[in-house]
Ligand binder design. Structure first.
Ligand code: ADP
Length: 484
């Protein structure tokens, strides 16, 4: 990996504005999933460093929160500019530790940076209210104030944007942050911290603790009385546990958890549009996103027309090392991801499904899997209930709109869903009937800083991005002005 700006490669935690080794000098390796190479070793911090980071964030909070929104925004905009100036290096760093193709890495960095810009501006619009009084001798006013120290834990599938989606609204609101990135992808997080330091954030406003011992860090973060807010993106299983831990200090929580996104193609869809949307939704990041289409429901009348084109599109995807030109599908994150795909496909085939494209490990390397289409799926198969998190499209055939809605909603998850139709009345009807926080209508990629991202049911609590995203980091205070 040849970076132009070699300072972006950092390998220690970033606490109180300093680069810090683990107190016991332990480190853990960061591996390139495309070829198994060790990229570098990173400080394996623990409870002690997490407590130091929380103390630093707590100390930095009064001064940071008292800056005006415009002052905070000015530093954030410097950070935003520095990220864009270093996009080539940041993309290479991301592809090397995470695997996604370079073009996707750049797309993620642009998207991730857009949250910094958006919230730098949004902070100036944190309005309170003056509420009409029920008594003439008093007035009712509300103000919004930053909640305090924020602790956050992020996953490996979006090593930059999952971080900026949490840090940006928090620091814009006036909070300070301690964040633990996923152990698979700490380098992107540390590069962001390096650029934050360059941008001029005061010490302690942003702290990054790298660790291979997530449970130890998570416990300190969720139980510390100095932390007022906890934000997590990851699996539903871990999210539930952390939410429980947060109960000990009644923290405000935001959770972005798993999904099981349905994608419905109705008979009245535009086939080309549906194929394009389904490909984009399913195969981004090799299928490793929580909003990737997980179940494709295709109506009888359009089935043959859609599948003919879809199979062709999936079969033509270019698999390889994400740093090679033209690659569309990189490696999966680890061996467990490959094992999960094999288990889910095996179960589907045992219960009567047919693999019509792919279905094998790919010759590009240990962590590569062929883009796959498996048809004839039904609700008895594990693939209808679990997130595949890989380049596999399970296809389900259906006959009526009611049936499709019932099948789509038959899950404990409620993050993203998609459907394709040219019928306006159906579009409105189905959008209202789907129990999901995000609905793509004739569109497979919907995330943007301007829109609220988040799930219903067991997919989470709270929203990231948009005017709603900053509310997660604010308290509403009611002032009663009496004696008038
Ligand atoms: P994924 O399948 O995306 O790896 P996880 O929920 O396991 O989902 O991981 C998401 C984030 O949560 C990562 O940063 C991981 O290190 C962290 N994590 C995993 N287990 C725990 C835990 N017990 N306590 C706190 N954080 C955890």
């Amino acid at each position: 990996m040849q970076l132009q700006n070699t300072s972006l490669l950092q390998n220690r935690s970033f606490i109180n504005g300093e680069w810090v080794d683990a107190s016991n000098a332990e480190t853990f390796e960061v591996i390139n999933p495309a070829n198994g190479d060790i990229i570098t070793s990173v400080a394996d911090s623990g409870a002690v460093e997490t407590e130091q980071a929380i103390a630093a964030a707590s100390k930095a909070f009064p001064a940071w929160s008292k800056k005006t929104a415009k002052e905070r925004g000015a530093i954030m905009k410097k950070w935003f500019n520095l990220i864009n100036e270093n996009i080539e290096d940041l993309a290479l760093l991301m592809t090397t530790e995470q695997g996604k193709p370079l073009a996707e890495a750049k797309g993620e960095i642009t998207y991730g940076a857009s949250f910094i810009e958006w919230f730098a501006e949004e902070a100036r619009r944190v309005y309170g209210d003056v509420i009409p009084t029920p008594a003439n001798d008093r007035r009712i006013i509300t103000i919004k104030q930053p909640i305090g120290v924020v602790a956050a834990i992020t996953p490996w599938n979006f090593p930059v944007s999952m971080i900026t989606r949490k840090i940006s609204p928090a620091i814009a609101a006036g909070c300070t942050v301690v964040l633990k990135p996923a152990a698979q992808t700490p380098l992107s997080a540390l590069a962001l911290a390096y650029l934050a330091k360059e941008a001029g954030f005061p010490a302690g406003v942003i702290n990054i603790v790298t660790s291979s011992n997530a449970a130890e860090i998570g416990k300190v973060m969720t139980e510390s009385p100095l932390v007022q807010k906890f934000s997590f993106t990851g699996s539903t299983k871990v999210g539930k546990m952390l939410m429980q831990q947060c109960a000990s200090t009644v923290k405000k929580v935001s959770l972005e958890l798993g999904g099981n996104a349905p994608l419905i193609v109705f008979d009245d869809a535009d086939v080309e549009q549906a194929v394009k949307g389904a490909m984009a939704s399913k195969y981004r990041n090799a299928g490793q996103t929580c909003v990737c289409a997980n179940r494709l429901y295709v109506q009888e009348g359009i089935y043959d027309g859609f599948l003919e084109k879809y199979r062709e599109a999936v079969a033509s995807l270019n698999v390889g090392n994400g740093t090679d030109a033209g690659v569309e599908i990189g490696p999966l994150i680890d061996v467990e991801a490959i094992e999960k795909i094999k288990r889910l496909l095996g179960d589907a085939v045992d219960k009567g499904a047919t693999v019509t494209v792919g279905g094998n490990e790919h010759s590009a390397g240990k962590l590569f899997y062929e883009p796959t289409v498996v048809e004839g799926c039904n609700s008895k198969m594990a693939v209808s209930k679990e997130e595949v998190f890989g380049p596999v499209s399970p296809i389900f055939k259906f006959s009526t709109e009611e049936e499709a809605i019932a099948l789509a909603n038959d899950t404990e998850y409620g993050l993203a869903s998609y459907f394709f139709t040219q019928n306006l009345a159906r579009a409105w009807r189905v959008a209202e009937a789907l129990d999901y926080g995000i609905i793509g209508i004739n569109e497979g990629i919907v995330s943007t800083a301007e829109a609220p991202f988040g799930g219903m049911k067991e997919s989470g609590i709270g929203r990231e991005g948009s005017k709603y995203g900053i509310e997660e980091y604010l308290e509403i205070k009611y002032l009663c002005l009496g004696g008038l």
